[in-house]
Ligand binder design. Structure first.
Ligand SMILES: C[S@@+](CC[C@H](N)C(=O)[O-])C[C@H]1O[C@@H](n2cnc3c(N)ncnc32)[C@H](O)[C@@H]1O
Length: 280
């Protein structure tokens, strides 16, 4: 009698385990599908930002701010897989390089994403007295981020010491972002750029583009597998960006004579290609 009760209990237990296993499997599949959908949405938004003018991207995210959060969750997951983060390297550079140490600096983080650079310096008692970071992006994820299109910055001419683009030269009009950085930088101010390696067929072309604007190159660090880190210094004593980087100059950089390549954006896209994903 006792043996029979025990057998029944075992059968019930086995059935519960089977049911639990099935439920767990279904739950796992649901979570995997959800991850896949989020991953696709991130890739879609990333590609979108690389292939439209920033004016359109700004309009889009103003209407769909929730998509910006999806984008940044996906972006953070991607960066976690990289051996080093561009923002981490830039923070280290600002803290450890001689040219930035113990100086009062106004830093503009252009396309700041989650605003990690400002967060880092603001919470450091000593450094926050020296370094004032202003963070700009299309959508303000944090209260201190200024919502703007960096192709048209709300900053005075020659008003900052360091301008940063960390993987943010995204829009097809990114040459305008560079023009704005040039405008707001003081003479001898620094331009720090981290850019995805695979966007550049020829890194020299990118360097020539920036030096052609009236900057000199101080650092070109290619040791990271995913991105290149550059430091430039503005040597021109003008604020208004009035033409050292013109169409003719970009043509020269590219060694181009193609008369069909007349517009600004196609020229820019030859130097920095958009990050687009292979169809799966
Ligand atoms: C790949 S994320 C990098 C974020 C951050 N700089 C980092 O390294 O973690 C690029 C960011 O640049 C911003 N961005 C691109 N074009 C912009 C524009 N025209 N105006 C403002 N932000 C822009 C995007 O919205 C996005 O948040």
């Amino acid at each position: 009698m006792f043996g029979k009760v025990k057998r029944n209990k075992d059968v019930i237990q086995q059935n519960i385990s089977k049911k639990n296993k099935k439920e767990l499997k279904a739950q796992k599949k649901w979570e995997q599908d959800e991850e896949r959908i989020k991953g696709s949405k991130f890739r879609l938004l990333n590609e979108y930002m690389y292939t439209v003018n920033s004016v359109d991207a700004l309009k889009h995210f103003k209407q769909h701010p929730e998509e910006f959060k999806i984008y940044h969750t996906g972006y953070a997951q991607q960066i976690e897989k990289w051996p080093e983060s561009p923002v981490g390297n830039i923070i280290k550079l600002l803290k450890e390089s001689e040219q930035f140490q113990n100086k009062k600096l106004v830093v503009a983080d252009l396309g700041c994403g989650q605003g990690e650079i400002q967060e880092h310096f603001d919470k450091d008692k000593r450094l926050s007295k020296l370094i004032t970071v202003k963070s700009f992006d299309l959508v303000a994820i944090k209260p201190y981020i200024i919502e703007t299109d960096i192709s048209n910055l709300p900053m005075d001419d020659c008003s900052c010491d360091v301008a940063i683009f960390s993987l943010s030269l995204m829009g097809v009009n990114y040459l305008d972002y560079l023009g704005e950085a040039f405008r707001v930088l003081k003479k001898n101010g620094y331009l720090i750029i981290a850019e995805v390696k695979s966007r550049m067929n020829n890194i020299d072309n990118f360097v020539n583009l920036i030096t052609g604007m009236g900057m000199k190159i101080l650092k070109r660090d290619e040791h990271n597998s995913h991105f290149v880190l550059f430091v430039f210094q503005k040597i021109m004593d003008i604020c208004q960006f009035n033409g050292p980087l013109n169409q003719k100059r970009v043509y020269q950089i590219l060694g181009q004579k193609d008369p069909n390549l007349k517009d600004w954006q196609s020229l820019g896209q030859q130097i920095l290609q958009p990050c687009v994903y292979k169809k799966r």
